[in-house]
Design a protein around this ligand. Sequence first.
Ligand code: LLP
Length: 418
Amino acid sequence: MHDFQYREENLYCEDFSIEAIAKEVGTPFYLYSLNTLESHFQAFDSAFSKVNHLVCFSAKANSNIAILRVFVRRGGGVDVVSGGELFRAMKAGARPERIVYSGVGKRPEEIEYALEFPILMFCVESAQELLAIDGIAGRMGAKAPVALRVNPDVNPQTHPYITTGLKKNKFGINIRKSIDDYILASTLPNIKVIGVSCHIGSQLTDVGPFVEAVQRIKELALKLRAEGIHIQYIDLGGGLGITYHQEEPPHPREYAQSLLNELGEIECTLILEPGRVIVGNAGILVTKVLYAKEGGEKNFIIVDAAMNDLIRPSLYGSYQRIQPVQKKERPEIVADVVGPICESADFLAKDRKLPRMEAGELLAVMSAGAYGFSMSSNYNSRPRAAEVLVDKGRFYIIREREDYDDLIKGEFIPDILA
Ligand code: LLP
């Protein structure tokens, strides 16, 4: 469910006409519905209400500080993977004791930064990282809370670029070998072992792989207990998928119930790191048609958003639904929707049946709230798009459109080139 619906022939976000927003902010822009964001968070959070839990929204899916704030305000934590995301989480008002920090390559200065707050826990991805954290914590006179991120070797049956829990993936510590690293961790003077974590992949549309991962994590927690290592937190990562096209992912309730059934009685706090399922369908990308090229081998609709704004179709061949902001009676054509970037991979849709659009008309690229703006770039020196949040009948710019000066911020011509 989301709040982008037609009223008569015009697409609205909650109570605001998208065309009217475009007139004021220009195009392209990302548009989010506050009501959708809140209700998705609420649905996910309440699905776990039977157990002690903490929902740490995965900042990589959408790291705008206003978006993070929406969840922080509702008691959520944040899952971060870099010093930059930690900085954003703090700017959004997150409580450090609700922040978890994952990632295979944490740098010393990032570890130090996180220890200063200190955060709830580091999800540690290798024995070397464990030693590095121990050393840094020791120098700071701190004790670092950690979970080991284990790799449960479960096939999530999703796009190969977004699987993370297979043996061949770079993430986490082999679950069988992790016992040794847990024993090592428990001997390190500046480390406090408090959890186990995993994340098996993204855009999963079936609960099966999650359940399998839980079985393995539970086994591990029991083995650890036998070793005298008591786990207080089980972090199951994110990964629940959404409908982009015809996928039928489980509802968060169903997902939660399957996980909880499998976990049974376990005296731990559960941590979840959802990203896409909360923000994916709460945001769209609005773009203007610049030109249409018809009559050749193929038809093209050339729009003012490009792969630098939304890279998912180019990178993963992923499907994003596209619809006109103003519905009209018009003939349909089959066309590629492409951007102005000088690459054949710059497309938002291929061979898509769409109404014949005229220059100046608006298209909405749906389900763009997750990994949309957060993966955008300045390629071809294109200023990044604005981001806008709608609350009922009002809208707020939560990130200004970049200008040309932003493009060269921090660049210098050295004297030798004078
Ligand atoms: N936790 C960890 C440790 C993760 O690596 C990820 C995502 C998440 C949580 C959140 O996963 P979600 O609930 O959003 O599935 N750029 C790709 C997705 C990459 C996901 C990376 N990790 C895409 O656009 O599909």
